[in-house]
Design a protein around this ligand. Structure first.
Ligand code: HDE
Length: 677
């Protein structure tokens, strides 16, 4: 791709034709106060190009952020697949990954309640392989033919284009309440998975059951899982809503800054493998994308790691123009008859034709395979290649080329998996797709107390925004098929009577689904700590604490009312990293208030500082306070036992009062940060 990158230039401005331009500030005119002349080709070219700068945004997943990196394979997988990029231990394959929200337009906020896309393009030696997944392992519908209905329902409503970046509105819940197959996915959407703390801290899933195929043509069903090294962590709902205003680019910025700082995000790719002969040994259908295979039933086997280590240079050229397609597969990876996947295999190519303006989008730098491309496709908008010779097959004039790769046999040739199919042409869904509630219940049963509480609150919020009472009632009725307590609590929040719980609901659970069990190994790396300071702050505490935390990879920033330098208690200067009015507690993971009578007095009189600690506390973030710092907590009306540090560490407030050394307080803070909330 390097040959397509323009180097920064320091020479003269030219037109598209390479003609040097004398002045780009003043249009050519008849007299200094006269009309602009059509003859000014530079002016016309400049404005015309600008007029055409926008392309249609993605119909879903319009808002996203991407990065380059590599995938490194752990061990040869030839036993299951002939995919070349999985053939050898240590083999590295370049990748581009794009994360996204689904509902909102390109300019919408990052921290909305939504599914996140997790799409990976592997530039393998045998062609591009796209794994176009989400951060949730199931989907709203079972058959792609329903996708336009689903998307129409979830997107902004057609009459007033509201709400932006939210599913909390009538048409979405109307559709879902009439579509019980969406119930399992709704449980995920109402869970904290829908408000990730960071793209770097979420799982990814291929969702469908795919097929690995060996060189001999033997198939194995496979589900793909990405697991983040930093653990699966989320925001809390109030925090997410505030962050959407304070920094609409919250997740995008987080990814960008981590990579710029050399803190390369990492995931492990795992697979669940199911032999073909076990296809019917589950109490759900492997072809049904509203179902998971519980990890306790089929363990996830780690096969490699993904590292993102380079930011794009140009958002439009790379992140916007990247074109993923579920049908971009390589030898060794094939499809199943999942009706959702089958429809996607049509949709993704089709959508790029309108979005990227014609059939040559695979020639765009970010989409170009590293593997050789050689075919008879010709012409079309934006053709970049000057093809010599014949453009048809068979031919004798071109030496019979490009020839069938299959003719010579050998590796690296895609041959479709040979599956026997036999059936009548019918518009009927299989009986085995009909159980819409068992796995929704499984998910609910697997949640910890706080996760269940958040799910109830999310349903109350979303359905509370629905105007239509019958829609609310119908949805609560569906929830009664999942869990009686869940339905009763949601109903209560909506002022509706509790519906009767269904009978015989499963009590099965899958511990692997709870975020509580999805901790990472990254410690507190890249976690952000705000130190609230003013003139008179105890700088020695700041220094000691900063040292201890940054040693462990955290980012510590000093915030004060104004940018510049403070006068610390010892009379020396203390650098301010950020002006308090430009930031908010939702942009940090923890807050520190150092000692200093004068400083804390000033902070206590500043509503922004008071709100900062009040909000951080309410969002369950660790607070560390030293000496006089407790005054700010009192001002923020935190409970007295918390202010006194008596309830630590359950509240996550660590008091450096008395003899506690800043380093010890930093350690307690770090331990709390690592546990997340
Ligand atoms: Fe997509 N989806 N999708 N989707 N999807 C698109 O393709 C579609 C589905 C996913 O960062 C579109 O280039 C259909 C499941 C991601 O560029 C479009 C169906 C999963 C992205 C499309 C689904 C996804 C898309 C819009 C139902 C998770 C963003 C623009 C059968 C496994 C990729 C585009 C990026 C994007 C169609 C369902 C993930 C219209 C028809 C299930 C991550 O082609």
């Amino acid at each position: 791709m390097a040959q397509f990158r323009a180097a920064p230039r320091h020479d003269a401005l030219t037109t598209d034709q390479g003609v040097r331009v004398d002045d780009t500030d003043n249009a050519l005119r008849a007299g200094t106060r006269g009309p602009t002349l059509l003859e000014d080709f530079h002016n016309r070219e400049k404005i015309t190009h600008f007029d055409h700068e926008r392309i249609p945004e993605r119909v879903v997943h319009a808002r996203g952020a991407g990065a380059y990196g590599y995938f490194e394979n752990y061990e040869p997988l030839g036993e299951y697949t002939c995919a070349d990029f999985l053939a050898e231990a240590g083999r590295r394959t370049p990748v581009f990954v794009r994360f996204s929200t689904v509902q909102g337009p390109r300019g919408s906020a990052d921290t909305v309640r939504d599914v996140r896309g997790f799409a990976t393009k592997f530039y393998t030696r045998e062609g591009n392989y796209d794994l176009v997944g989400n951060n949730m392992p199931v989907f709203f519908i079972q058959d792609a033919i329903k996708f336009p209905d689903f998307v129409h329902a979830v997107k902004m409503e057609p009459h007033n284009e509201m709400p932006t970046g939210a599913s909390a509105h009538d048409t979405f819940w109307d559709f879902c309440s009439l579509q019980p197959e969406s119930t399992h996915m709704l449980m995920w959407l109402m869970s904290d998975r829908a408000i990730p703390r960071s793209f770097r801290m979420m799982q990814g899933f291929g969702v469908h059951t795919f097929r690995f195929v060996t060189a001999e043509g033997r198939g194995t069903f496979v589900k793909f899982h990405w697991k983040p090294k930093l653990g699966v962590n989320s925001l809390v709902w109030d925090e997410a809503q505030i962050a959407a205003g304070r920094d609409p680019d919250f997740n995008r910025r987080d990814l960008w800054e981590a990579i710029e700082a050399g803190e390369y995000p990492e995931w492990e790719l795992g697979v669940q493998l199911v032999p073909e002969e076990d296809e019917f040994s589950f109490d759900f259908d492997l072809l049904d994308a509203t179902k998971i295979i519980p990890e306790e039933q089929v363990p996830v086997r780690p096969i490699g790691r993904l590292v993102l280590n380079r930011n794009p240079q140009n958002f439009f050229a790379e992140t916007e123009q990247v074109a993923f397609h579920t049908a971009n597969v390589v030898p060794g990876i094939d499809f199943t008859n999942d009706p959702l996947l089958q429809g996607r295999n049509f949709s993704y190519l089709d959508t790029q034709l309108i979005r990227l303006g014609g059939p040559n989008f695979s020639q765009l730098p970010v989409n170009r395979p590293l593997a050789d491309v050689n075919h008879n496709h010709r012409d079309g908008f934006g053709q970049q290649v000057i093809h010599p010779g014949t453009n048809y097959f068979p031919n004798s004039l071109g030496g019979g080329c490009p020839a069938h790769a299959g003719a010579g046999g050998g590796a690296g040739v895609f041959r479709h998996y040979a599956q026997r199919v036999d059936g009548e042409k019918i518009r009927v869904r299989s009986e085995s797709f009909q159980d819409h509630y068992s796995q929704a219940a499984l998910f609910w049963n697997s949640m910890s107390d706080w996760e269940q509480r958040h799910i109830v609150e999310a349903f109350r919020f979303e359905l509370g925004k629905v105007e239509s009472v019958p829609v609310r009632e119908r949805m609560v009725g569906n929830l009664a098929q999942v869990n009686g307590e869940l339905a009763a609590q949601v109903a209560d929040g909506l002022g509706l009577p509790a519906p009767a719980a269904a009978e015989g609901i499963t009590t099965a659970a899958s511990p692997a689904l709870s975020q509580e069990n999805l901790t990472g190994t990254g410690g507190i790396r890249t976690r952000k700590v705000a130190v609230l300071a003013a003139d008179g702050t105890d700088a020695s505490q700041v220094t000691a604490l900063r040292e201890r935390l940054t040693d462990q990879g955290a980012i510590v920033e000093v915030l004060a009312a104004k940018a510049g330098r403070l006068r610390a208690a010892d009379g020396n200067g203390l650098e301010v990293d950020r002006a308090l009015p430009t930031m908010a507690s939702v942009l940090y993971d923890a807050v520190v208030v150092p000692d200093g009578k004068e400083a804390v007095g000033e902070l206590s009189a500043d509503p922004a500082a008071v709100r900062f600690v009040e909000e951080a506390y309410r969002h369950g973030k660790p607070l560390a306070v030293f000496g006089e710092g407790t005054r700010l907590l009192t001002e923020a009306k935190l409970p007295e036992d918390v202010v006194l540090g008596e309830s630590a560490p359950s509240y996550g407030v660590f008091s450096g009062n008395g003899t506690a050394e800043p380093a010890d307080v930093a350690d307690a803070l770090a331990a709390a940060l690592e546990r997340h909330r």
